[in-house]
Structure formats: C-alpha cells, structure tokens
Design a protein. Sequence first.
Length: 262
Amino acid sequence: MTEATSTVHGERRPEQTLSGRNALVTGGGSGIGAAIARELAARGAHVTVADIAADAAQAVASEIGGTAWEVDLADTPALDDLRLDVDVLVNNAGIQRVSPIEEFEPDEFRRIHSIMLIAPFLLVRAALPHMYAHGWGRIVNISSVHGLVASPFKSAYVSAKHGLEGLSKVTALEAGPKGVTSVCINPGYVRTPLVEKQIADQAAVHGAAEEDVIEDILLREAAVKRLLEPREVASLVGWLTGPDGAMVSGASWAMDGGWSAK
C-alpha cells in the first residue's frame, strides 16, 4: 500500500480522501473502533461513533468532531426499519465468551450472533440504498483470524465471524456493479484493554511473565510474536476506503502474523 501523506509535528496526516463522506463505525467508543473513527475523521469523513457505552461514544465523537450514537446492537428488531445515509460503514462491534459447547449458554450464543452477524446484516441492509443512489460506498467488516480458522471453546464467536465472512462476500457480489465494495479485515490479537486484561489474568493464573503469556499462549499459532496495534488496523481501513481500494472487494485481509498461513 502506498499513498501520499504529509506530516505535522512528526505525525502522519492522511490525504483527505473522504472529504464530504459520512461514515459509521460500530463499537467506536474504544479500542479498534476508536482508532478507526479517528483514521476516517483524519481523512475528512464525518464519523458517527456508535457504541452501547454512551459516554465513550461521546468522548470519541467530541474529539474528532463527529456524532455519537448510543445503540444496543443486540436489540436487532430495533434495527429492522433503520435507514442509514452513510457512505462508509465499518462493522466492528463484538464481544467474546469462552466455554465448551455443551456448557455454552444458549442466550449468550444468540447474543453474540445478534451483535456480530445479525446487526451487521441489518446495518448493511440499511446503508445500501444510500450507497446505491450515489454510486459509491465502502463496507468494511472487522472480522478476525477466527473468521478464517477455528479455536476450541469459542463456538459462538467463530461461527459468527465465519458468517460475517459469508455476508461480506455476498454483499461484494451484489453491490459491486453499483460502485460499492465489501471486505473483511482479519486481525489476530490486538492490543486493547480487553486483551491486556486477558494477558494479566493469564499471567496470574499461570504464574508467568506477561511477555511469556503473549508469546506462549495468545500468540502460540502466530509467526510474528507481538500484538497488533489498533492504529495498524485503522490504517488498513483507511486505505481500503480510499481511491486505491476501489477494486478490492470480496476479499479477507489477514493481519494475524501468519497464524492463518498454516
């Protein structure tokens, strides 16, 4: 990926490739979503920061001059009649539960699928009419390495991400002739507060150093033994929504340090 940029006080400033565009980022109040919201705003988009945590959404929206949207994506019937006037849609919100299948609570399985598969479908459905009318749109689904491979005890998460991959590909086929692209990004473990808490918990349980937990437990399957930074995911979103990403559709972009190469 190459793209002309300028710097201000040593900081990268992307080209204004999204000036005049409206973007929506779910789970935008923290972590990967907040980084993506900042990236798209830096490229000129007006960003709606959607999150169940109203204060977090408002904080990010205020920082980037965007709009906050407090929304519970698990309440999918409330999204049935939604219409979105957005040019860029980033489906990022997600949760995780770890349990053997025979012990997995059915309501938790349904909740994960609601947030991570049904809600993205409904948001894509709500956004496409506007995108079609303008002959341009970018849909980016933040999937996971678990959209490509499986791990034990994550039946809900893995199946939801595999479903998101399929939804993204169908969207690419239907929407491509109308100027709309649809892609997945597949990160491995990203340095977020949730993951850092997992590291600390694992270190305490195993009596190990946090660095050893990262390499020997979380990143056991990866060739590159480090956590992905949220800004790295956001940078790829920025490129995919820019002019050089116009022919990239229906694809899944692994950012997993070689995990899925096996």
